[in-house]
Design a protein around this ligand. Sequence first.
Ligand code: UDP
Length: 237
Amino acid sequence: MTRPRFNRILLKLSGEVLMGQGQFGIDPETVARVAQEIADVAKDHELCLVVGGGNIFRGLAAAAKGFERTSADYMGMLATVMNALAVQNALEQIGVDTRVQSAIPMNTVCEPFIRRRAERHMEKGRIVIFAAGTGNPYFTTDSAAALRAAEMNCDALFKGTSVDGVYDADPKKVPGAKRYDSVTFSKVLSDDLKVMDASAVALCRDNNIPIVVFNIRERGNLARVLAGDGVATIVQN
Ligand code: UDP
């Protein structure tokens, strides 16, 4: 099945993508590889990024072990800033112009999130990396990705993860689980399919922003999927 080509996209990178073969943290080699893939497609597309923080800290997991939830979530948001700086660093080392904008202002580290300024950066060909999620506890970077994709008028939200799309059951647990080429937002929500959290899916549905789920760990896949081929699932109305 061929998918439409999109011009302006928001790429969501989950934190686990940045840890390579490790179980935790940031693997510089992996970040450099992902940065190169992003640089390759940035020539033909307008790109902005939202990075997760799960490779460093997850609020919900910490709360389950006794942390107070809102503090834990702020720690998770700070983790996303570290990842954003790592990705920025790797992109700038290969000559790609970037800006990091944080939903939690920290002016000596990066710019605060200002939508109109982000728009201007993108018009000038810079890649804007959105950090600190939505800036609010009880949310995830999936919701931040949906929100920023809507704010920045993106044609699609690309979710780069370690599976090659959306399945009708967990492919790691259920042999013969079927991958969808295309699936509707309503089916994702009614069947509770694992794509992004429900609030992120609902925001994309309401604003008619397709979600493309693909495996970013596979070399060259981002370019292939953006070109309309390559293995992925598109979630749309
Ligand atoms: N987080 C938050 N509000 C947001 C985005 C993120 O509180 O708007 C916190 C939350 O604790 C989450 C952590 O930051 O667990 C890391 O983000 P996420 O789990 O979405 O990262 P990913 O799974 O994409 O690596």
